[in-house]
Structures are given as structure tokens and as C-alpha cells.
Design a protein around this ligand. Structure first.
Ligand SMILES: [Cu+2]
Length: 255
């Protein structure tokens, strides 16, 4: 029996977020029981074919629909990720079905990408949606709504029963940031997971160079000498097909 693995990347729409993106990808790879380094070598021909296919398709994309890659145009026009947060003294509820005080996870949210947060009050209190640096404890949050770098606050917006809050913010790095209500930090504490940018070389466009950047370290992990943390899109300490797909999803985008 040949062992295999199914790598299924949940689509943006499946996560209950705005449905501009609708890519569901299932990839089947054989021989995953091999050590990561060897598995990477085995996958190389597949990766090269994958990249070649993308290169062939790219010239057709701006002029019309591409039947065999229907999501390509949608990706190019995808808007910034957007979430709605419900402010309640007992905890944040996001628009995602992840419950109270969730960790916000969306592949559309990567470093330097603007997240639009809409917050509205669902009880009768005054709240303040605020992003803090990773690791900031509830006891370190300013309860007087004074957002400053000195208290590791990155951005905040006040939310009252009569006035919803809107905050646009670009997380500076691929980390997991703290999301507090500054007035109720002990009960209202969610997190925001930020992916690595698919623009790996930082030239503001996602192109073949970025795909190759992932391909050449394919199969490595964080203990490998050639490991490239920026290529590890989902920050799971492995560079595998999931990371390649995340870059491919954004292929052609200007960031
Ligand atoms: Cu609050």
C-alpha cells in the first residue's frame, strides 16, 4: 500500500469571512513517510511543474477569464481582510465561528497586510478594541485607553453603545498579537495570528521569485541549516506544500 497525505487548505469563504476569495485546494503527495529532507527532493519535479503551469497561465490572466484557474482573477482583486468584533464585557466574539475570545486566523492576514476591524457593542458598556505586542499580559494593559508604544499598545479604537469602532491596522510582523479591550483586559482577551507575507523578497509583488524561494527550501524544517522562516508562510516550522499554495494563492498581487 502506498502511503499518502491529503493537504486540504480551508478556503477563505469556508472560514466565514468575506467571500472575495474562494480557493479550496487539495493536494495529494506520495511517500510522506520519508524524512522531510528526502521527501523534499522527491517533490521537486512536482514543484517545478506547478511553477511552470503558473508561468504559462499568467500571460492570459489580465485579458479575460481563465477557465482552468478560475480563482486567479479573484485573488488579484481580493480586498483586505475584514473582521467584525462584538464587544461584550464577558469576552470578544468575532464574526468567525470560533467562539468567545477566539484566535483570529485567516490566510488573508499576513504581515504588512491591512486588517480592517469593525467593532460594535453588544452589551451596554464602553469598550476599547486594542492590539498589543505578543506576550503582553492583561495586567500590563492600560485600562485608561492610552495606547502607546511604552505600554506595548499598537493601535486602538473606542467602541460605545452609540458609536461602533472602525480600525485599520497593518500588523508589522508574522507573530500572534494580543487583542484586548483596554477597559476589561482580563475577560476580553483574544489573539490575532499573522502569516508571513507571500512577498518573500519584499519587492511588493508576488511572483515567480517568491515561489522559487519556497521551492528551494521545500522539505526543510526549523532545525535545517537552509531553513528560511519567511518561506514558512503558516509558521508551523515546516516548509511544505501548504506554504507553496499560500504563495501561489497570491500570485500576481501587488502588495
Ligand atoms: Cu471592554
Amino acid at each position: 500500500m502506498i502511503p499518502y497525505i491529503d493537504a486540504n487548505l480551508p478556503s477563505y469563504a469556508d472560514r466565514g469571512s468575506p467571500g472575495q476569495w474562494n480557493l479550496t485546494t487539495t493536494i495529494r503527495a506520495i511517500n510522506v513517510a520519508l524524512p522531510p529532507e528526502n521527501a523534499g527532493l522527491l517533490m521537486k519535479p512536482g514543484i517545478l511543474l506547478f511553477i511552470l503551469a503558473l508561468l504559462i497561465m499568467v500571460p492570459f490572466r489580465p485579458t479575460g477569464s481563465v477557465a482552468f484557474l478560475p480563482n486567479a482573477r479573484a485573488e488579484l482583486s481580493a480586498t483586505n481582510p475584514e473582521f467584525t468584533f462584538q464587544a461584550n464585557i464577558n469576552g470578544w466574539n468575532a464574526s468567525q465561528p470560533s467562539g468567545t475570545n477566539p484566535t483570529i486566523i485567516s490566510t488573508a492576514l499576513f504581515a504588512s497586510q491591512i486588517l480592517t476591524a469593525n467593532a460594535y457593542v453588544v452589551d451596554s458598556a464602553v469598550h476599547s478594541l486594542a492590539y498589543y505586542q505578543p506576550g503582553t499580559l492583561p495586567s500590563q494593559v492600560s485600562v485608561f485607553d492610552t495606547c502607546a508604544s511604552a505600554n506595548t499598545c499598537l493601535a486602538s479604537v473606542s467602541v460605545t453603545p452609540s458609536s461602533p469602532g472602525n480600525l485599520q491596522f497593518a500588523f508589522p510582523s508574522a507573530k500572534t498579537f494580543e487583542l484586548y479591550c483596554q477597559h476589561h483586559p482580563f475577560s476580553m482577551h483574544a489573539k490575532v495570528f499573522v502569516y508571513n507575507s507571500p512577498d518573500i523578497n519584499g519587492d511588493h509583488t508576488v511572483n515567480i521569485v517568491d515561489l522559487v524561494s519556497v521551492a528551494i527550501v521545500f522539505g526543510t524544517n526549523s532545525t535545517s541549516s537552509s531553513f528560511n522562516a519567511k518561506a514558512d508562510q503558516n509558521r508551523d516550522n515546516l516548509v511544505n506544500i501548504l506554504d507553496l499554495v499560500l504563495v501561489a494563492k497570491n500570485f500576481g498581487r501587488n502588495l
